[in-house]
Design a protein around this ligand. Structure first.
Ligand SMILES: *Cc1c(COP(=O)(O)O)cnc(C)c1O
Length: 374
């Protein structure tokens, strides 16, 4: 059994994907070819925003947002303590200070109450200037943007939606990657919409920001290629990746999101009552980047994981360590962090095999084993 079965997906989409890749090779339009522009339009249309600008990966997408806003030294950017390293790394990378905020125990996403407390604390200290929040759509579930916006509106902060795992999710009719002042996603192969290498994108409704982002993406270009008006990056999405993504986006829309939600429903139906299953608040729709259980303790979690592995069932721990404990940040003593929920989640979470091509038999095998082991 595969944790995320990309081989199965390829076998289903092979004819179209092979054709699309070979066309790029035949045309030799490898850098910012027509397929990139076409994909950006398809993505903007799907997400329901004015602009999509693709780039080299999801981490660059976040960095480009920081650069476009001019965030740097002396600025505080609030980041959930329970997320992938990138969400905080890009804050340090631009010279600003990440301030880690606890998450909600049920949704795994940033807690608006903890966010407000952290903002007040930073303001009272008077050393850093609160500038922005990175709200992550963890495991495919959009963050609670209504609650986040109440806080950011009150304190005048920018919202960066890190939708690396959230693409395809929504709140009501509003799609993930449309909630931030800038939103980003990643096309890393295992994400809800993945390519065959690295890729990423930014989304915004703001025309001026979109232009700025397009410039930063290509060495801070001005009106022409060899006219450079700011310091930028080289961060483009390959045409081959865009060609693959166009095919995969069609599959995502046509059936993958439906199928992965059906798989999640079956897991939850079978496992609830035995173990804590993921909670999707009413009105929210997840793209299920992960299906994550909460066990009772680190010992139980580690035991269950080891026993499942022995039975050929792959599982993952996302994430074993709170961001504020990552050595790289080295700021553990600067703030009196209260991230007790994150601490507990890092000890108890376990993600099960999850993808749109899971069979009922696979789901039953996983559930049977989980139930007998807890
Ligand atoms: C994967 C991921 C990223 C980074 O994306 P890359 O394309 O790997 O650079 C950022 N944030 C979150 C939450 C992610 O899961």
């Amino acid at each position: 059994m595969e944790f995320r079965d990309l081989k199965k997906q390829y076998s289903v989409l092979k004819k179209d994907i092979d054709e699309a890749i070979l066309k790029v090779a035949a045309d030799c339009n490898f850098i910012l070819g027509n397929q990139v522009k076409a994909l950006e339009e398809e993505l903007a249309d799907y997400v329901g925003v004015n602009h999509c600008i693709s780039c080299a990966n999801g981490t660059d997408a976040l960095s480009i947002a920081m650069m476009a806003w001019g965030i740097g030294k002396g600025d505080a950017v609030f980041v959930p303590d329970f997320t992938f390293f990138s969400s905080g790394e890009i804050v340090s990378h631009c010279g600003a200070t990440p301030v880690f905020v606890d998450v909600d125990e049920n949704t795994f996403n940033i807690s608006a109450d903890s966010l407000e407390n952290a903002v007040i604390k930073v303001k009272n200290e008077g050393i850093l200037m609160p500038k922005a929040v990175v709200a992550v759509d963890l495991f495919g579930l959009p963050a609670d943007f209504d609650a986040v916006r109440k806080v950011t509106d009150k304190y005048g902060l920018l919202v960066l939606e890190d939708g690396a795992q959230g693409f395809g999710g929504r709140i009501g009719d509003k799609m993930a990657c449309s909630f931030g002042d800038i939103s980003t996603t990643s096309f890393f192969p295992a994400k809800p919409l993945g390519c065959y290498g690295d890729g990423g994108a930014l989304f915004t409704d703001n025309d001026g920001l979109a232009e700025l982002i397009r410039s930063i993406r290509v060495h801070g270009k001005g009106t022409q290629k060899y006219d450079n008006v700011r310091i930028g990056l080289n961060s483009r999405l390959d045409t081959i990746q865009a060609a693959v993504l166009s095919i995969k986006l069609k599959a995502l829309k046509a059936y993958e999101l439906d199928d992965i939600n059906k798989a999640a429903g079956k897991y939850t139906e079978r496992l609830s009552g035995f173990v804590k299953t993921p909670v999707i608040p009413s009105g929210f729709y997840s793209s299920w980047a992960q299906y994550t259980l909460k066990l009772k303790s680190r010992e139980q979690r580690d035991c269950v994981q080891a026993a499942l592995k022995e039975r050929g069932i792959p599982t993952m721990v996302y994430y074993p360590k709170p961001m504020h404990r990552q050595l790289a940040f080295g700021i553990g003593e600067t703030y009196d962090f209260d991230c007790s929920v994150t601490e507990k989640l890092c000890d108890t979470v376990l993600s099960l095999p999850m993808h749109p091509y899971l069979t009922d038999d696979d789901i039953e095998t996983v559930c049977e084993n989980v139930i007998t082991l807890i």
